[in-house]
Design a protein around this ligand. Structure first.
Ligand code: SIN
Length: 302
């Protein structure tokens, strides 16, 4: 029997595959479906204090080796989202509430509400690569990262994970700031800031001009970030970026991740990707005589 259970802070997961924020996570029904398809937990859409429409279309483009998107953090606002979280809670789906804000007051208010509604952990989105005043703009300032993380920790009792961007000058410095603020884990990475020009129109394909690139092309970038963070912090890491197969997930685990998130992979392999990845991991482990996933976490550092 192969044991692929994992633990991130107090969160015990039946396997290391988690639905990443931004894919099929707008309502309780779709998140429940993803859980039924094998994911061990789901991350909600990033939610702010007030509703946001997001950017005008086009917001999405499929490129040769990945997906480019700039949605602009569209969401119904925390009060409207309460019902979805409560419904999911009733279905016993482990839930990580993703939130974004521009300062510690907003993050604290959102965190308290998310906790009251019933999420099992929080993901602080400090990494959206293109939203003005949010995401990467908060996540590039090490003092602000420490302040937001510590204030959220002081006002909540569930695990707090900080999601970082690869577009930082020094991801290690920012990861350490999150750790200093008492984060329970780091999530790395968000989509990578990118753009595409339409040759015929002679203009960017996205209405927002720049967006975030995700999918297989960014896996080596995520891997480098997870590896470097793992060398420099002691808290658990959740790896994200281009996970499409069991082998991809195992690479992240060997780089130091305790779990992985899957987003664009759902687009490429369907909702069953979580079960498929778990089977592929188990198969590799069986062939290489590993019985527990925990034996593989961070082995690439030895
Ligand atoms: C978006 O809403 O455009 C993406 C959110 C994110 O990158 O965190």
């Amino acid at each position: 029997m192969i044991d692929i259970t994992t633990k991130i802070a107090s969160l015990k997961l039946r396997n290391p595959t988690i639905l990443a924020s931004g894919i099929m996570d707008e309502d309780a029904g779709s998140m429940k479906r993803i859980f039924d398809c094998g994911a061990s937990a789901v991350v909600t859409k990033s939610i702010g204090l007030k509703s946001r429409e997001g950017y005008p279309n086009p917001t999405f483009a499929e490129l040769e080796h990945g997906i480019l998107n700039a949605m602009g953090l569209p969401n119904p606002g925390i009060n409207e989202f309460e019902g979805e979280i409560r419904k999911l809670k009733d279905s016993n789906v482990p839930m990580i509430g993703s939130i974004f804000g521009s300062n510690s007051h907003e993050f604290v208010e959102l965190s308290k509400k998310m906790q009251n509604y019933g999420v099992d952990a929080l993901e602080l989105n400090m990494s959206c690569p293109h939203a003005k005043g949010y995401g990467l703009e908060t996540g590039s300032d090490s003092k602000l990262v420490r302040e937001i993380t510590s204030k959220v920790k002081e006002s909540t009792s569930i695990p707090v994970f900080v999601k970082l961007s690869s577009n930082l000058t020094d991801i290690i410095e920012i990861a350490k700031s999150a750790e200093d603020g008492n984060a329970d884990g780091i999530v790395a990475i968000n989509s990578v800031k990118a753009m595409k020009i339409d040759l015929e129109l002679k203009m960017p394909v996205l209405a927002n001009k720049t967006g975030g690139y995700s999918g297989v092309a960014i896996k080596p970038i995520g891997m480098r970030c997870v590896y470097e963070i793992a060398k420099n912090v002691d808290i658990p890491i959740i790896g994200v970026g281009g996970v499409t197969t069991g082998e991809d997930a195992l690479e992240y685990i060997m780089a130091g991740a305790s779990a992985v998130q899957i987003g664009s992979g759902v687009y490429y392999r369907g909702v069953d990707i979580f079960k498929k990845i778990c089977r592929e991991m188990e198969c590799w482990m069986e062939n290489h005589n590993y019985k527990r996933l925990s034996e593989l976490i961070g082995v690439a550092h030895k």
